[in-house]
Write a protein of this length. Structure first.
Length: 157
C-alpha cells in the first residue's frame, strides 16, 4: 500500500474478501488492519455483515478508499442463492475537475543546517513516516523556528 499511496494521487479503491472481521473491533488482527488503514488515510465503507451463518455474522468483505467523500452510499445485497457471502456495492461519485491551480511551497534554505537536518531525519523511528504524511510537515516538526516560505503558482505537479 505504501507504494500505491506514494505514486498515485487519484482515487484508490480496494475491494475483496479480506477475511478480517470488522464487526470485532477489539480483535488483535482487526486492530492491526484498522491501524494500517488509518496510517494510509483509508476508510472501509461496508458496515453490515457480509457472511451470515446460523452461528455467526461477520463483515469480511471490504470496500476501502483513500477518499471518503467519493463514496455516496454502500450496502450489502443478499447473495444466499449463489454464495455464502452477501454481495457488496458502493456508489462512487466521480467527476472530472476542471483545471484548478495548486501551489508549491518553496522554502528559503539559507539558514538551513543540512547536517543537523540529516541527523534529525536519520534518528526518526520508521513508524513516524506513516503519521507525518509530508516532508513539509516533517521539516516543521523538526525545525519549529519560523522559516521564510512562499507559495508559487504552478501548472504541473
Amino acid at each position: 500500500m505504501a507504494h500505491l499511496t506514494a505514486s498515485w494521487d487519484g482515487l484508490l479503491l480496494l475491494t475483496g474478501d479480506i477475511n478480517i472481521n470488522m464487526l470485532s473491533p477489539s480483535d488483535r488482527l482487526t486492530k492491526q488492519y484498522q491501524s494500517i488503514l488509518d496510517a494510509f488515510g483509508f476508510q472501509q465503507h461496508v458496515t453490515k455483515a457480509t457472511r451470515i451463518t446460523p452461528k455467526s455474522k461477520t463483515l469480511i468483505d471490504h470496500i476501502v478508499t483513500n477518499n471518503r467523500r467519493c463514496i455516496t452510499a454502500s450496502d450489502v445485497i443478499p447473495g444466499w442463492s449463489i454464495s455464502d457471502h452477501e454481495g457488496i456495492f458502493a456508489c462512487i461519485n466521480i467527476h472530472v475537475l476542471r483545471y484548478q491551480p495548486w501551489y508549491k511551497l518553496i522554502r528559503q534554505e539559507k539558514k538551513l543546517n543540512t547536517e543537523e537536518f540529516a541527523k534529525d531525519c536519520a534518528n526518526l523511528p520508521s513508524s513516524i513516516v506513516y503519521y507525518i504524511g509530508s516532508l513539509h510537515r516533517m521539516f516543521i516538526n523538526l525545525h519549529p523556528e519560523p522559516q521564510k516560505a512562499e507559495n508559487v503558482k504552478s501548472m504541473e505537479k
